[in-house]
Design a protein. Structure first.
Length: 561
């Protein structure tokens, strides 16, 4: 596989001074994972067009990785990648509700090995292995349970949604028999109403309050906190005043062809999704296919989606302020990302099951408090980074070994301004099977052929389906992914190159957990099964050729979708 080498540039506009942030003996981890936050919705001074001052603050004190990709979608597969460090082809959590087989370690279990507490606020979307768990276990009646190793502080897993709904009842809210119906008809083509839940009682605020309680007064005990916000996941609804954060008239329209039929005609998988994604899964109380939503309804939804982001930003500010007040801000590695993105009307789709950029491109901001990271502080990285890099990064920060299970690489060398050889592409997978709705039969294929592997490079994006024609997009000429050039003779060599890179990836990244372990006449070799982070460097390019300033990005950006 081809490798690219990237360096950093110092921003002129932000004038970020090296702060000399240092870490003492105590090293904490705050991993903030939003749900369904697409990567082109960024602060205005970091390549987006949104007023998100606290994420901007986090990026100024850290670094923003503008080409960060989740490796799978939806929630269960994406979070399995993030928390095991493995690609979906290795962990095989291919859909929500699919178990993670025994023998897989995760971030919390690794931290547990040296006595570090891993608190959980929110959810991890994990299901146990039925080989070792009784079929009557109540977790098999849920979409997700709490991943082993984490200590629940405030769980949002089903049926633990009831914890939040019980909180609302304690505050005097009268909930419908189906509590989710409290958000009915707050966003329609007629207009936007605020959520009937006050901002001080919203799920975002409720989770943040629990996180603040966890952080406060922990003394010298090192900790890790996974804070998994539910938003901007649907129902698309937000409390006042956030429902008025954006005027729908100020937003650009979705990227899509002029008619639903023309869009659906482009590929059988796209056609199936357009016909079957339901509006009510996103706009509570609205009936019919999401592809049939009116322009006004879509623009209202896009505006409220931004309002949910604004609410998260406000609460991130509360977290940063509390860390500072507790005197541990400069002892804490802070990571902000999202499990996956959201289509939000692009290509007549809502949700996160597609092969398009808005599904997989997500934000990544890392605030590394070490002095070694001062060189890149307040800068923006153009490298391809992936969710599988998060677990190795956290373990590397703590000086822990990285299990060979992990497919990703620590980002600390990049944050330190080193020039390591790096991936030239991002790799993603999506599985369209749905055992509850027989989607494989609807598509005329087997369940195991009901998926796609995706490689996204500097110019080309290749989507390979076992049972359908492939897709090749030229993202330079066609950044919004309308024109499949896979059958064009002029694109043949480029497609072969993409296919070769994908095959290289599939071979080299097959599960390596025990491949370096062997019996011998001297006993077991290669155990314990831990690898050290690589610090290989390449000095072929000047330092300033790699990282960019927010000002440089803003000169070339288009409007957020």
């Amino acid at each position: 596989m081809l490798l690219r080498y990237h360096l950093y540039q110092q921003p002129d506009k932000l004038k970020v001074a090296a702060k000399g942030i240092s870490v003492g003996k105590k090293q904490n981890i705050l991993l903030i994972v939003a749900d369904q936050w697409r990567g082109d919705y960024l602060p205005a001074d970091w390549g987006g067009d949104m007023d998100l001052p606290n994420l901007s603050r986090l990026a100024r004190d850290g670094a923003l990785f503008k080409r960060h990709y989740c490796n799978a979608s939806p929630c269960g597969p994406a979070r399995a990648c993030l928390l095991t460090g493995q690609y979906m082809m290795n962990h095989r959590v291919v859909q929500n509700g699919v178990p993670l087989r025994d023998g897989k370690t995760n971030l919390a279990l690794e931290l547990q090995k040296f006595g570090m507490l891993s608190g959980l606020v929110g959810y991890t979307s994990w299901i146990p292995d039925p080989h070792s768990t009784a079929p009557s276990d109540p977790r098999f009646s849920m979409y997700g349970a709490n991943m082993p190793g984490f200590t629940p502080v405030q769980s949002f897993e089903e049926p633990e949604f009831e914890a939040y709904f019980s909180f609302l009842r304690s505050k005097g809210y009268v909930l419908p028999e189906n509590p989710f119906e409290i958000w009915n008809d707050t966003v329609t083509e007629i207009g936007i109403k605020p959520s009937p839940i006050a901002a001080e009682h919203s799920d975002t605020r409720w989770m943040t309050d629990a996180a603040l309680d966890f952080i406060t007064g922990r003394g010298t005990e090192p900790w890790c906190l996974f804070l998994g916000y539910w938003r901007p996941h649907p129902p698309i609804s937000v409390s006042a005043p956030f429902h008025e954060f954006t005027d729908p008239k100020d937003l650009s329209k979705p990227n899509r062809l002029s008619t639903k039929a023309a869009e659906a005609d482009r590929h059988p998988v796209l056609s199936h999704l357009i016909e079957n994604v339901q509006a009510g899964d996103y706009l509570q109380g609205v009936d019919g296919p999401a592809a049939d939503l009116s322009d006004d309804a879509i623009q209202n939804a896009r505006a409220v989606y931004r309002g949910m982001m604004k609410e998260i930003d406000d609460n991130v500010g509360r977290l940063l302020d509390r860390l500072e007040r507790e005197g541990v801000l400069d002892d804490t590695l802070i990571v902000f990302t999202s499990d996956h993105g959201e289509m939000l009307g692009d290509h007549y789709l809502f949700g996160k099951e597609s092969y398009f950029e808005p599904t997989f491109h997500v934000p990544l901001i890392i605030r590394d408090p070490r002095k070694k990271a001062d060189k890149t502080r307040g800068q923006l990285c153009d490298l391809f980074t992936e969710h599988v890099d998060i677990m190795p990064t956290v373990l590397d920060f703590l000086g822990a070994g990285i299990p060979r299970q992990c497919d990703g690489h620590s980002l600390l060398p990049l944050l330190e301004g080193e020039l390591p050889a790096w991936r030239d592409n991002a790799f993603m997978e999506v599985d369209f099977r749905d055992l509850r709705h027989s989607r494989d039969r609807a598509l005329g294929t087997s369940a195991d052929e009901c998926g796609a592997a995706i490689i996204r490079g500097e110019r080309y994006k290749y989507v390979h389906f076992p049972a359908f024609d492939p897709i090749l997009f030229d993202l330079v000429q066609d950044p919004d992914e309308f024109n499949n050039i896979a059958r064009e003779p002029a694109a043949r060599e480029d497609m072969i190159c993409c296919m070769s890179s994908m095959l290289d990836w599939r071979i080299s990244q097959a599960d390596r957990t025990l491949t370096a372990v062997s019996s011998s006449t001297h006993g077991l070799l290669g155990w314990p099964n831990i690898q050290k982070p690589e610090r290989a460097q390449n000095n072929d390019r000047a330092y300033r050729d790699v990282w960019h300033t927010p000002f440089e990005i803003s000169k070339h950006k288009g409007n957020s979708k």
